[in-house]
Write a protein that binds this ligand. Structure first.
Ligand SMILES: [Zn+2]
Length: 192
C-alpha cells in the first residue's frame, strides 16, 4: 500500500499529535498530558491538498466499541466487527458536500482490538486504575474531483454513529491555512 502523506504537515502544528504517523510507534502514550487518551474525546486530522483529502481519526476504542479489552466473547467480537464495518465506509461517517465529488482511494484501520499486535512498549500499559487502554486509528485518503466545492467537513454522521463520542478535536489544513477546531454533536461542522 502506498504510504499516506499526512505525517509531514502535522509535524509542524503546535498542537500536533504526540506521535508522528509512524508504523513503529503510533500509539499515543501522552497519558496525563495534552493529547492524552480521554474517553469521549477523539482526534481528527484533516488535510486538503489539491484534490487529495486525508482524514486521520484517532479515538479511544471506548468511544466506538464501548470497551477496550481484546474481544473474547462472541458478543464482543460481533461488536468489534460491526464497528470495523462502519469505519470501512468513511463517506458515511464524514459528511462532505456531494458537489465536491470525493471518492475514497485507500484506508488503513488499526487497533489492538482488530488483532493488530500491540507494540512492544504497550504491554502492561495500565493506568493507576488498572484499566488497560486501547485506541482505534482510521486513516483515509480521498480524491475530490471538485475540491473548490469542499466548503466543510460535517462530523454529525460520525457523532451519530458513535454516540459515546462527545468531542472531536479537529486539526485541519486547507486552502485557507490551518486551524484547530473543537467539534461536538451540537457543533459538528468544520469549514475548510
Ligand atoms: Zn481508555
Amino acid at each position: 500500500m502506498r504510504r499516506l502523506l499526512l505525517a509531514l504537515p502535522f509535524a509542524l502544528l503546535p498542537l500536533a499529535v504526540a506521535h508522528a504517523h509512524d508504523d513503529d510507534h503510533d500509539h499515543d502514550h501522552a497519558h496525563g498530558t495534552l493529547g492524552a487518551h480521554e474517553h469521549g474525546v477523539a482526534k481528527l486530522n484533516a488535510v486538503l491538498d489539491g484534490n487529495t483529502l486525508e482524514l486521520e481519526l484517532d479515538s479511544p476504542a471506548m468511544n466506538l466499541v464501548g470497551f477496550e479489552h481484546a474481544a473474547s466473547s462472541d458478543a464482543d467480537k460481533a461488536k468489534v466487527a460491526a464497528v470495523r464495518q462502519q469505519l470501512e465506509q468513511p463517506l458515511k461517517l464524514f459528511g462532505l458536500p456531494a458537489a465536491a465529488g470525493c471518492k475514497e482511494d485507500q484506508q488503513e484501520l488499526e487497533s489492538p482490538l482488530f488483532g493488530d499486535a500491540p507494540k512492544a512498549d504497550d504491554e502492561g500499559d495500565e493506568h493507576e486504575h488498572g484499566h488497560q487502554h486501547s485506541d482505534i486509528g482510521a486513516h483515509y485518503q480521498l480524491t475530490c474531483a471538485n475540491p473548490d466545492n469542499l466548503a466543510q467537513l460535517d462530523l454529525a454522521p460520525l457523532f451519530k454513529a458513535f454516540p459515546a463520542t462527545q468531542k472531536i478535536n479537529v486539526q485541519l489544513i486547507g486552502p485557507n491555512g490551518q486551524k484547530g477546531v473543537e467539534t461536538t454533536p451540537a457543533k459538528a461542522a468544520v469549514a475548510f
